[in-house]
Each structure stands twice: as C-alpha cells, then as structure tokens.
Design a protein around this ligand. Structure first.
Ligand code: 5AD
Ligand code: SF4
Length: 446
C-alpha cells in the first residue's frame, strides 16, 4: 500500500480539510504513515493568515525536499491558503513540489494522483466543498461540519477572501443528513465551520438562516454538543443568542472576534461595526445566556493605531471580561488593503502593546474562571491529561479545558467537580452518583 503523511497548519477549517484529504486518500488505497520520511506522498495543508505561518511552513517544506533527494519518487503536495495565495509561483520557488492546490480544489488531488502526469500541476479554482469528500476523523466522537466556504467580508487586514473566494453555503438538508450520519457513527460533538458562520444561507434559495440550521442540528438524536466558529459581530442577531439559551445542545460559548476596541480603527479595518455596536452584541448574548463564555481575537499594531486607540481596546477587553482571547500583532499580507496603508507601527511598540493586552486578557480570564470553582460541570473526555497521564483531560460546554482525576474513556460525558481554576484550565475530580468517584481520591502519580 502506498503511504501518505499530512501536516496541517492554520485554523479549524484546515483541520477539517485535512481530515477530508485523508479520507479521500484512504479511499484511493493509501494508508497513513506517522513519519514523513516513510511516506510516498508528503502533503502540507498550509495557512497564510500571518507572516509567521508562512515562515513555519517553509522550514517544513525544506525537510520534504531533503526526503525527496534521497527518494526521488516521493510526491510532494502543497494545499491550502498559502498555496492559493502564491499560486503558480510555488513551482518556481520550490521546484521539487509536484502538485499544488487551493482550498477549493482538494478533490483535484485524486485526479492528479490517478493520472500519469509527471509534470508539476496546480489547481486554484474556487469550486467544490471539501465537505463533500469522505472524512477520516481525528477523534471518532468529534466531527467538523463545513456549512459554508469563502467570505464576502472585506476586512482590510485579511487574506482569506482571496484564498477561499466568495461565500457559498451548503443546503441545510444536506448538512442535517451529514450530521445524522456522523451521529450514527458515534459523533457526540459537532463544530460548524465557516469563515462567517452566521451569514449562513443568505445565498441559498429559498434563503436559510444560521439560527434555523442550529435548531435542525440540535434535533438530531445523539448530538450532545454543538459549537461553531467563527461568527462575525455584524451578523450576530437575537435569534442566535436565543438558540444558545433554548437549544439544549448549543454550548454556552461564543467566540466573537473584536479585532480592535477603537471605532476609528474598526472603520479602517472595514469591520462594519463600531465599539458600541460590538458591546451591544455582547449585552444581547449575555441577556439570553448570563453565564456564557466569551472569547475573542484582537489585533494590535494595525496601521495608524495610536496609543489612545490601543487604550480603547484595553478598555473593551477589561469591560467585557473575556474567558480567553487570541492576540495577534498585525502582519501585512500580500494583496490586502491594509498592506498599502501608511502609519506602520514600529515592531517594538506593537510588542509592548501586546504584552499589556495579554496582561489584561489573562487577569480577566483568571477572574472569570473562578465562577466555575465549586460547581459540577459536564465534561466531554478527550484523553489523558497532557501534564499528568494519570489524570484525564476534557472540555466543558464553556470550552474550558479540565484536567481531572477520574476513570472514563475518550468520548464519555462525565460530571466533574471543579476545585481550582487558572486563566487557561480548570482542575477537579469526577463525580459519580452525586459523590466524588473513588479514583478521584487516588494520589496523582506525577
Ligand atoms: N495580521 C494579524 N492578525 C490577523 N488576523 C487575520 N489577519 C491578520 C493579519 N493580517 C487575525 C484576526 C482573525 C484571526 C483568525 O487572525 O484576529 O480573527
Ligand atoms: Fe489560515 Fe485563514 Fe486559511 Fe484558515 S482560512 S488556513 S486561518 S489563512
């Protein structure tokens, strides 16, 4: 059997796409090999969101070149957003690459592998959902659901509209059928994926809405948890906030990307909301789900960001009190509007702002996490704890990682009493029949 090895960079959509690549390769008779050096087909699913992502990937690609030098019949393939953003340039810069394809052309990989062409080929049309390909799930109890591809927003900093094309939604009936199939195979938690999930369905005829899709998926038997990423604050409406409150499977967590707390910078970013509108959305969500966990993305050092703008970001982060945040230093991306803007922020200034931001994010997340101490929460078990294999690791509905003493298998839903909380993780012991389980008292082996 020929063997393949896939390395995935970037977001959850890429993780999804890689599972589909693997499913497709296995249906062609390939098997997965744990080491790159043992694979006949070396694949990279790439990301281009920030410059760092590009750099990391190029180092890996050089390793593939070394393997190919030793075994020239090895096929090297590069898919995903980076490949799309540099298109045919890939072959000029990296002549040992045999096939390159964008996120909309994963299915063409099969065509390439079954053809006898020896020349390098590139596939960069926007067509087809990777969600139509067979999948090989990393965990049998967690499934991705690609509800749409592409993005119609024009955020000035973002490369994604150019790498993933215009937004196209998949019909709701097809999605529900896919979730039913996943549930019958043991999936308990499904994560809906799209670049802007809550604009889902506006391109369909008849039109569909994200909130209605949530309720249709909630009704599928066996699905205990529904998550989604990412929504855009401009499209976050009351029907979705209500869905969190009313639909039992929809988790108490919303990732609501802020990007900046300054209305002036938000305007330059073309986010189409200001600080007040964003805070209104937060109030709306909390009105319906008071205990909701909110997480966010923030960019510091966008061109023209003054100290006063940045302080507004700090204020919003302080006021909202996020349960967690991903923080990024602005990175100019080829072909984007912001890459042409004046007012570049010096790197040292951006780093200093980032440090101040992280301090507030962590302090607030730590404070927020204390509300879980003493409570018993439902945890979906993922496997052994990363720091202490004698303990287990799982996630709450709020998307908090919990390390706990107990005995359960991956995929089990268990009750865990929370004893302590940091900004990142919770710790506790499994409950059985209203009491701590016997194993919860065993001393840790670490
Ligand atoms: N520079 C820095 N961060 C960026 N993001 C997107 N584009 C850029 C960029 N050019 C961040 C945004 C987005 C997250 C996925 O990555 O915060 O929400
Ligand atoms: Fe990276 Fe964005 Fe593409 Fe995801 S959609 S792989 S984050 S560039």
């Amino acid at each position: 059997m020929p063997g393949y090895h896939v390395t995935t960079f970037g977001c959850q959509m890429n993780e999804h796409d890689s599972e589909r690549m693997k499913g497709m390769l296995e249906s062609l008779g390939y098997e997965e090999r744990p080491a790159r050096a043992d694979a006949d087909l070396i694949l990279f699913n790439t990301c281009s969101i920030r410059e760092k992502a590009d750099e990391r990937f190029v180092a890996h690609l050089q390793e593939a070149r070394a393997i190919k030098r030793r075994r020239p019949e090895t096929v090297v393939g590069v898919g995903g957003c980076w490949a799309q953003s540099v298109k045919d340039e890939v072959f000029r810069r990296f002549p040992f690459v045999d096939v390159a394809f964008g996120p909309g052309q994963v299915h063409k990989l099969a065509e390439f592998l079954t053809s006898d062409s020896l020349t390098a080929q590139g596939f960069f049309e926007f067509e087809g959902f990777t969600g139509h390909l067979p999948e090989k799930r990393a965990r049998e109890f967690q499934g991705w659901l690609q509800i749409s591809v592409g993005c119609n927003c024009r955020c000035a900093y973002c490369i994604v509209p150019s790498t993933r094309g215009r937004e196209v939604s998949r019909p709701a009936a097809e999605l529900v059928a896919e979730v039913r199939r996943m549930a019958s195979e043991g999936v308990r938690e499904v994560t809906l994926l799209g670049q802007n999930v809550n604009s889902y369905g506006r391109d369909l005829r008849p039109r569909a809405s994200f909130a209605v899709l949530l309720s249709a998926i909630d009704a599928v038997e066996g699905i205990a948890r529904i998550r989604y990423t990412s929504p855009h604050p401009k499209d976050m409406r009351e029907d979705v906030a209500r869905a969190h409150a009313e639909l039992p499977a929809v988790c108490e967590h919303v990732h609501l990307p802020l990007q900046s707390g300054s209305s002036r910078i938000l305007k330059a970013m073309r986010r189409t909301y200001g600080r007040e509108r964003y805070l209104d959305r937060v109030r709306l969500i909390r009105e319906h789900v008071p205990d909701v966990a909110l997480t966010t993305d923030v960019i510091v050092g966008f061109p023209g960001e003054t100290e006063a703008d940045f302080r507004e970001t700090l204020e919003v982060v302080e006021d909202v009190g996020y349960d967690g945040a991903f923080t990024f230093i602005y990175s100019p991306r080829r072909g984007t509007e912001a890459a042409q803007l004046d007012g570049r922020i010096e790197h040292a200034v951006a780093v200093e702002r980032m440090e101040r931001l992280v301090e507030v994010v962590q302090r607030r997340a730590h404070e927020r996490a204390q509300r879980f101490v003493g409570r018993t929460l439902e945890v979906l078990v993922e496997g052994p704890s990363r720091t202490d294999p004698a303990r287990l690791r799982g996630r709450t509905r709020h998307n908090k990682v919990v390390n706990f003493a107990g005995d359960a298998r991956p995929g089990d839903l268990v009750e865990v009493r929370i004893d302590s909380a940091t900004s990142q993780t919770l710790a506790g012991g499994q409950m059985k029949g209203g009491h701590l389980s016997a194993t919860a008292f065993l001393p840790s082996l670490a």
